[in-house]
Ligand binder design. Structure first.
Ligand SMILES: Nc1ncnc2c1ncn2[C@@H]1O[C@H](COP(=O)(O)OP(=O)(O)OP(=O)(O)O)[C@@H](O)[C@H]1O
Ligand SMILES: [Mg+2]
Length: 260
């Protein structure tokens, strides 16, 4: 199982949209995918058509009360796609996790028990770098950082890069990262300039796929159905499928590097 954490402390950069769309695009290829909603806003849970108010157990119970993961996992209406849901109790997890010794590794330990049950785990993080996001960074193989081609978004990458460095030093030396340009408008000159700047600053750290602005993504979140299913032929569906292919290729390349 490859574990991908979708994170950025900047709000509204398409973390949740990317987790839902990429997860669905991977599932569509026949891979078994576990989506993990770590945000108290529960947007990923909503985007898959669940009502967080009616969920009896969420990731808050997983992290704080050690409720077995099997009691929390939900199957979704979409083939090969499963969900570890969130609800507002995740706010309590953020607050109280740090009183537990070794709390950074709670998610990693849970996922190690699921290692052979799924091909991919895609973790949606809240828009801050607190105790819950630290759990995601400790558990992940790859950090997927959605970013907009806006000055403030690029500025915010600095503190994220510090967090990556600290994570590698302290809890997860193997962690790699890739940036994904989202909400891109190619008619916007600033967007084009900042895209070039990002490519210069992160020559090997960016996905080739870029996600353009597409209103179908907003509609699909409201419909509770990932864009891959909601608007199968839309531009964003095509782009998220291309992103899934880049990730599948990445897994094959890293496998080839490992001794048999
Ligand atoms: N490529 C896109 N084109 C148009 N709208 C988009 C695109 N990507 C995301 N959106 C919309 O932008 C808004 C923010 O996206 P999203 O909720 O995925 O961001 P986020 O980073 O998860 O936000 P938060 O930091 O609050 O968790 C949503 O309304 C979403 O539907
Ligand atoms: Mg979100």
């Amino acid at each position: 199982m490859l574990k991908i954490a979708v994170a950025n402390e900047k709000g509204g950069v398409a973390k949740t949209t990317t987790a839902a769309s990429l997860g669905a695009a991977l599932a569509e290829t026949g891979k078994k995918v576990l989506l993990i909603d770590l945000d108290a806003q529960a947007n990923l849970t909503l985007a898959l058509g669940f009502d967080p108010r009616t969920i009896s157990y969420s990731n808050a119970n997983l992290l704080m009360n050690a409720i077995p993961v099997g009691q929390i996992i939900q199957s979704t209406p979409f083939k090969n796609l499963y969900l570890l849901p969130s609800n507002p109790q995740m706010g309590l997890a953020e607050q109280f996790l740090p009183i537990h010794q070794g709390y950074e590794f709670f998610l990693r330990n849970t996922l190690s028990s699921l290692q052979s049950s799924f091909d991919y785990a895609v973790i949606d993080c809240p828009p801050y770098l607190g105790a819950v996001t630290t759990n995601a960074f400790a558990a992940a193989d790859v950090l997927l950082i959605p970013t907009q081609a806006e000055y403030f978004s690029i500025y915010a990458l600095q503190s994220l890069m510090n967090k990556v460095k600290q994570t590698r030093e302290q809890i997860n030396p193997q962690l790699t990262y890739r940036l994904l340009l989202t909400l891109f408008d190619k008619r916007n000159k600033i967007h084009r300039i900042l895209r070039e700047q990002l490519h210069k600053n992160f020559p090997t750290g960016m996905f080739e796929t870029i996600i353009n602005i597409d209103t179908k993504l907003r509609e699909s979140a409201i419909a509770g159905s990932p864009v891959i299913y909601h608007a199968s032929r839309s531009r964003s569906a095509v782009q998220y499928r291309a992103l899934a292919q880049e990730i599948i290729q990445y897994v094959e390349e890293t496998k080839a590097l490992q001794p048999a």
